[in-house]
Write a protein that binds this ligand. Sequence first.
Ligand code: NAP
Length: 293
Amino acid sequence: MNSPATLARDIDGKAIAATVLGEVAEQVRELTAQGIHPALAVVLVGDNPASQVYVRNKILRAGEAGIVSIERRLPSTCSQQELLEVIAMLNADPGVHGILVQLPVPAHIDEAAVIHAIDPAKDVDGFHRENVGGLVQGQDVLTPCTPSGCMRLLEETCGDLSGKHAVVIGRSNIVGKPMATLLLQAHCSVSIVHSRSVDAPALCRLADIVVVAVGKPKLIDASWLKPGAVVIDVGINRIDTPHGPKLVGDVDYNSARLVASAITPVPGGVGPMTIAYLLKNTVLAASKAPRIA
Ligand code: NAP
């Protein structure tokens, strides 16, 4: 256990995201000087309140970085065909460099069909199978934003990750699997823990680096951690407390910081990095786009 004087230090996602956004703004200036105006199209279907907040934040941050944003809102009753037509128009528009369809889409729409309708060169979420396959093969492709943001947090915290043992808890397509792939590319030894793992805490206690993306409030406490482990908490869970609703991660922060050497708080850890890497992907897509004559 850490003494009170040696509690784990916070990994400041807000500050690191601000650095990334500064890099993005610089890249936007360079592209603009060449006559390219990076543009992100955000498509929102329906009126899910959480999705509306996410979309608003993405558009706000894009504007601050000098990225043009194009918003397309469709009613929750729109057909899959109507949504696919909007995507086809954005694919064909040379002035649009990134396309993001805010998930989840309403249940009557096939999410996979929507993801795979996006031009892989404009797929700034990195969810298209062409980008997923490219990532696994180590190619230079658009990579999912949350895992990319977690990698930056780890590089800023640990420096070289080579040879470290990383445990990723969760195996979703959007976080767990790409996270494990990126850690492998950084020469970590990687284990993936999921709901069927036998004695998950024991597996986790082997890790120098723990990345948690489960969606269960405070699942991981000090008893899951090796002393000195670095902990990245991707989880965002809304819980009710006597003082009102509160956001917490998948890690019991107060318990984990007694044992870990560094940990991301929730909020203020991974969350800001996700938007920063969405915008980084947008400028990357713009820099690779065919030049308009
Ligand atoms: P998901 O698709 O629901 O996947 C959850 C994963 O956790 C699954 O692989 C599941 O295993 C595993 N799991 C469930 N219970 C477990 C247990 N007791 N022990 C070990 N593994 C267990 O979730 P997701 O989309 O990856 O999101 C995870 C969390 O991250 C959510 O809180 C979400 O809100 C948050 N999130 C945050 C950001 C951000 O920007 N900060 C971005 C994306 C997601 P099985 O595969 O065996 O079912």
